[in-house]
Design a protein around this ligand. Structure first.
Ligand code: MLT
Length: 407
């Protein structure tokens, strides 16, 4: 008789953003008169078109696919050399990080990598996550069987170390006091709170991980939004990170590839645990389960690092960060308690009048036709908070803030 992976049955409800999409569709169906006025500042999906340098690279590589001499079939499973070299040079070596092209694994996006990376670790590893947290880290460890059951009262999973990120600790995780984790997921600049970590504070995590044999899975998907000097763009800016950290990066947020799909993972060769090089394990996993990101998409990724691409994307980031400023200042003037939005495209706000996160979600949707993301969807300590994204159009962002002010 076929049995199913019982771990899946531990997961309550559906994936956060699928759940929100369903709710919004139901609302639009029930209220067709407001269908066109709904503004989404919910999921962190970009709205600006791909930059011209990227479009040119796509056109050119699509044309190459039309001729036998320049046609490309399966991509190398770890990524084309031209892209891996551009990443190593521009994202790492230019910042003084000792990362080489062959430590970079190109993929179809950071969501897949952040979900898949846990596969190379034993099931008995203890996982630590921030609370609130990007749900993929927890859900994929639940699916793998690395956690206990969902505890309805605590609204989290047994067997996971949750590191509360609250107002009184500046929404930053603290090193667990009672128990030493094996795998530590950190995301900076942070999704969902929009908070950032200084290099000195990140160095403490690296030192802790090296001292205790932990591995940090560092999600740097939002690094392009960093505006402050002492905030690191990569964990490899910290001394000793090569022996304790894996870094995940995305082309979605810095270059608008949410619908194109491209990302990469860095696994330094010095990272050894349990007698095995994690680089070799990830290469084995990648080679077996992934046939490489498409040639045309990797050429588009290469264009991100061209002089034109860099200039155009700088403008795109500035466009979204103007939205972040508009939200931050607008809500602050309206009396909301807000944070984030300075080094990240997310604004984290306290719900007014003691509303729960989902009550505020319904209230905003019904009264202002605005979609955001309930903080409790990211974890128990997100309750009473709400996330807005800066990825909308400027016009919609202005309109949304006006509507919220007028509530
Ligand atoms: C989010 O809204 O948290 C992100 O868009 C999700 C993702 O990048 O997968």
């Amino acid at each position: 008789m076929v049995t199913v992976n019982q771990n899946y049955l531990k997961l309550p409800g559906s994936y956060l953003f699928s759940n929100i999409a369903k709710k919004v569709s139901a609302y639009k169906e029930a209220n067709p008169e407001f269908k066109d006025s709904v503004i989404s500042l919910g999921i962190g999906d970009v709205t600006q078109p791909l930059a011209p340098a990227i479009i040119d690279a796509l056109h050119k590589s699509v044309d190459e696919m039309a001729h036998a001499e320049t046609f490309h079939g399966y991509a190398p499973d770890l990524g084309y050399e031209f892209l891996r070299s551009a990443i190593a040079k521009n994202d790492y070596q230019s910042r003084g990080c000792d990362i080489s092209a062959d430590e970079i694994f190109v993929s179809d996006g950071a969501k897949s990598d952040s979900g898949n990376i846990q596969e190379i670790f034993g099931l008995d590893n203890k996982v630590a996550v921030c609370d609130p947290v990007y749900p993929v880290y927890v859900d994929t460890n639940v699916m793998a069987g690395r956690t206990g059951l969902y505890n309805k009262e605590r609204e989290n999973f047994d067997g996971v170390i949750y590191m509360p990120c609250k107002e009184d600790n500046g929404f930053l995780p603290e090193i667990p006091a009672d128990e030493v984790p094996d795998l530590i997921y950190l995301c900076f600049p942070n999704n969902p709170t929009g908070g950032a970590i200084t290099k000195a504070a990140l160095q403490e995590w690296v030192d802790y991980a090296n001292k205790n044999g932990c591995v940090i899975i560092y999600d740097a998907a939002y690094e392009a939004y960093i505006s402050e000097e002492d905030v690191p763009h990569s964990i490899y800016e910290c001394e000793g990170a090569r022996t304790c950290a894996i870094e995940l990066r995305s082309f979605s947020k810095n270059a608008g590839f949410t619908g194109v799909r491209l990302g990469f993972t860095v696994v330094p060769k010095e990272l050894v645990r349990d007698g095995a090089e994690l680089h070799s394990l990830w290469a084995r996993r990648h080679g077996t389960k992934f046939n490489g990101a498409p040639y045309i998409v990797q050429r588009a990724g290469e264009a991100v690092y061209s002089p034109e691409g860099k200039a155009q994307l700088k403008e795109q980031i500035a466009y979204y960060m103007r939205n972040a400023k508009t939200i931050l200042e607008g809500l602050s003037a309206a009396g909301f308690s807000v944070s984030g939005g300075k080094n990240a495209p997310y604004i984290w706000l306290k719900t007014p009048d003691q509303m729960t996160s989902w009550e505020f979600f319904d209230y905003l949707l019904e009264k202002a036709h605005i979609v955001g993301t309930p903080g409790s969807g990211f974890g128990a300590h997100g309750e009473g908070y709400f996330r807005l994204t800066a990825f909308g159009s400027y016009e919609n962002t202005l309109e949304a803030i006006e509507r919220i002010k007028n509530l």
